[in-house]
Design a binder for this molecule. Structure first.
Ligand code: ATR
Length: 280
């Protein structure tokens, strides 16, 4: 009996990478859309990401997701970049083909899609607060701005980093009320959507933010998934609707899958299945 052609190969590269949900998510997408592909997790040495990537490409790999800590390095190795990857200065998706390495960043689109489609909340014309000014915040900023919120305030512990982001992104897009402030300057302001892009929740640290931040009907979104962060507890206490980043994770994966296979998977059953599996 002859076997069929080898399925196309994809991978997530990171360090650590064992915790990544991407192999599971892409296997579910592939089964749902009847795409013949294999998706694996590759642990790259911290000092040798480039070799790991080039070895996978040489072995016939068609596409890669990049996770911490290689997103910026992957951006530099790409031979072409999407505008959103360029703005983010980081990539989470690579398309490997005869033209070289195309780098994209689907994180922001994943966040926007989760908020607007899965959670049914508009970003356009809303008052938006982004907490944090590190890589996670930078990665989602352009897609958020393209939704044309009434205002987007970036608040960060180090105010200077928030100011730098505002300065940089104001050059790229007409600043629709794009402003920066320190985390300690939020008193007296309230927002329709508050997105936590700080890493504080990962260490279980609560942010020093006023309860009045959350306007009535506010959605408080933590980009972290898989744990109830102090930010989520603070927001819930203040009466906000609360969401974690699992939907963003699934949606950014769907956006990568679409780039690679030109097929858009239905994310709802995959998100449901992940929540059931994880008990969240
Ligand atoms: P990431 O890629 O996750 O964004 P990062 O680039 O190191 O990681 O950025 C971490 C972000 O979380 C920063 O905005 C950081 O604030 P500073 O720029 O002032 O350091 C924020 N952060 C981390 N721990 C925090 C804490 N305990 N309180 C407030 N902000 C915190």
């Amino acid at each position: 009996m002859r076997s069929g052609p080898e399925p196309d190969r994809y991978a997530v590269i990171g360090n650590p990478v064992g915790h990544s949900q991407s192999p599971r998510i892409h296997a579910l997408f592939a089964a749902q859309t009847a795409q013949a592909l294999r998706y694996e997790a590759i642990l790259a040495p911290l000092d040798d990401f480039a070799d790991a990537l080039h070895a996978f490409a040489a072995a016939g790999g068609r596409g890669v997701n990049i996770t911490l800590p290689f997103k910026e390095q992957a951006c530099r190795l790409a031979t072409r970049l999407s505008p959103r990857a360029q703005a983010a200065g980081a990539v989470n998706t690579l398309l490997l083909d005869a033209d070289g390495i195309f780098g994209d960043n689907t994180d922001g689109a994943g966040l926007v899609r989760d908020v607007t489609h899965n959670l049914g909340r508009s970003i356009a014309r809303q008052r938006l607060l982004l907490l944090g000014a590190g890589g996670a915040a930078r990665g989602v900023l352009l897609p958020l701005l393209l939704e044309l919120p009434a205002q987007l305030l970036i608040a960060n512990r180090s105010k200077q980093k928030a100011q730098q982001l505002v300065e940089e992104f104001s050059k790229q897009i007409p600043p629709a009320g794009l402003r920066a402030c320190g985390l300690n300057e939020l008193a007296g302001q309230s927002f329709d959507l508050v997105i936590n892009a700080t890493s504080a929740g990962l260490s279980g640290i609560s942010l020093d933010i006023p309860a009045g931040l959350f306007a009535p009907g506010c959605l408080a979104y933590d980009m972290v998934y898989g744990k109830d962060t102090p930010f989520m507890a603070q927001a819930r206490q203040a009466g906000a609707q609360v969401a974690d980043g699992l939907g963003m994770l699934v949606e950014q994966a769907a956006e990568s899958f679409h780039l690679w296979r030109e097929v858009r998977p239905d994310t709802a059953p995959v998100l449901r299945q992940l929540r059931e599996l994880r008990g969240i």
